[in-house]
Design a protein around this ligand. Structure first.
Ligand code: C5P
Length: 398
């Protein structure tokens, strides 16, 4: 982060006071920080405090009191990163829709650098469909969401809407700069979601995977310049267009296997986050199976273990990382898989941990490496897990 030029845009919410700590952390890490306030933000945090902490003057209006223009175009062009924190519902809405009635918004619209935004607002506002839509819209522009956290809000309500803590925002920034360009030109293969194994034309054997973890991983690698082949099982949510991600949809494990083997040869890094069905019906019926007796016995055949197969094909230059979702003796099972499948690392999550596993937006994982100490992470957003994984992968490659 040393020497990086960071623009911090603060909009008018109570969480603005936390930006004093954020500015300190950034300055301590060696960044040049330029603060831009919306007119309302100064009600919540003093420009003088921010100026002392950032060792820089604080900007808020299009011109200074002695009539000099604060050039938002230069501000935006000279920065390596723009962070908008807190991003209030009002500022989010304006950013999403191209409105531009203050210096911060003009700077945002002129920015060529990456943009991060950390929403902060009351529970019901955060839940409102229009706010959700605006956040989605900003993500589709390539802006990087630092999700709001759950907890007690200024209103006294408890729920999602609290701005991420300064340390968490800092981690996003560090992750962003640490991976800076190091993955440019790297080929990354990611699998996500479940597989469906046909019983007949109507039914299948599947599982609860939604592919959120795999999508977050693909997005995090793509954000660092990697060219990602993302192989998705059925039902995985569509991502907004990202020129660094090439998505291939498959249904069954055998199909996923074929596509993975094809793309694996060129992959520098492979992360298998899909929940592949271990067994499939030996014979999928061609017609819908009719209800008859009290029991129905379906003969199951073992599916290929895609990860294990790639492990046998892996060269010394390739990194291969798997997931282990366990319900008991977690560490032991994960370490066994790491060895058996010839992996460089395995990411363990346990269904016994609240907030971990299928469907949700959070995960609690431990990275288990072949050749260095384990790294246990606290409960965090899947996006954050993915970004931390990118940092670890970059270290492994070094
Ligand atoms: O052995 P287990 O299924 O728990 O291993 C999980 C890891 O193996 C995940 O990374 C998953 O994507 C991968 N896997 C696979 N093919 C299978 C089963 C699991 O690639 N048939």
């Amino acid at each position: 982060m040393k020497g990086k030029r960071i623009l911090l845009g603060i909009s008018g919410g109570i969480a603005a006071y936390k930006c004093c700590a954020l500015v300190r952390l950034m300055v301590k890490a060696g960044a040049h920080v330029q603060v831009v306030l919306t007119p309302d933000a100064a009600e919540f945090v003093s420009p003088l405090t921010l100026s002392v902490l950032s060792k820089n003057r604080v900007l808020s209006a299009f011109s200074t009191q002695d009539g000099q223009w604060n050039n938002h175009v230069d501000l935006a062009l000279q920065s390596d990163l723009l962070i908008i924190a807190p991003a209030t519902a009002n500022t989010l809405g304006k950013m999403a829709n191209g409105l531009c009635d203050n210096l911060l918004l003009a700077t945002y619209l002129s920015a060529k650098c990456s943009v991060m935004f950390a929403p902060a607002m009351d529970l019901d506002m955060h839940e409102h469909p229009s706010v959700k839509q605006n956040i989605k819209q900003l993500i589709s522009y390539g802006n990087h969401l630092i999700p709001a956290e759950s907890g007690e809000l200024a209103s006294g309500l408890v729920g999602a809407g609290r701005m991420a803590e300064p340390e968490t925002i800092m981690q996003h920034i560090v992750n962003y700069f640490d991976g800076d360009k190091k993955l440019k030109g790297k080929q990354v293969l990611v699998t996500a979601g479940p597989t469906y194994e046909a019983i007949d034309p109507v039914r299948f054997i599947g599982n609860h995977s939604t592919g959120k973890m795999g999508l977050a991983i693909a997005t995090a690698f793509a954000a660092q310049g990697a060219e990602v082949i993302l192989i998705c099982g059925p039902g995985v949510q569509q991502l907004s267009n990202n020129s660094n991600i090439n998505r291939i949809d498959v249904i069954a494990a055998s199909e996923m296997h074929q596509v993975c083997v094809h793309h694996f040869k060129k992959a520098d890094i492979t992360i298998m986050a899909a929940a592949v069905a271990d067994y499939k019906p030996a014979q999928a019926a061609t017609q819908k199976i009719k209800k008859k007796g009290e029991n129905l016995i379906i003969d199951l055949l073992k599916n290929p273990d895609i990860l294990q197969d790639l492990g046998t094909k892996k060269t010394a230059k390739q990194l291969l990382i798997g997931f282990a979702l366990e319900t008991q003796n977690e560490l032991e099972h994960a370490k066994d898989k790491l060895k058996r499948k010839n992996l460089d690392a395995i990411i363990l999550n346990s269904l016994n941990d609240k907030g971990a596993g299928f469907g949700g937006d959070t995960n609690k994982v431990t990275f288990i490496f072949k050749s260095k100490k384990n790294k246990a992470l606290p409960l965090m957003s899947k996006q954050m897990v993915a970004e931390t994984l990118v940092v670890e992968v970059v270290k492994l490659m070094e």
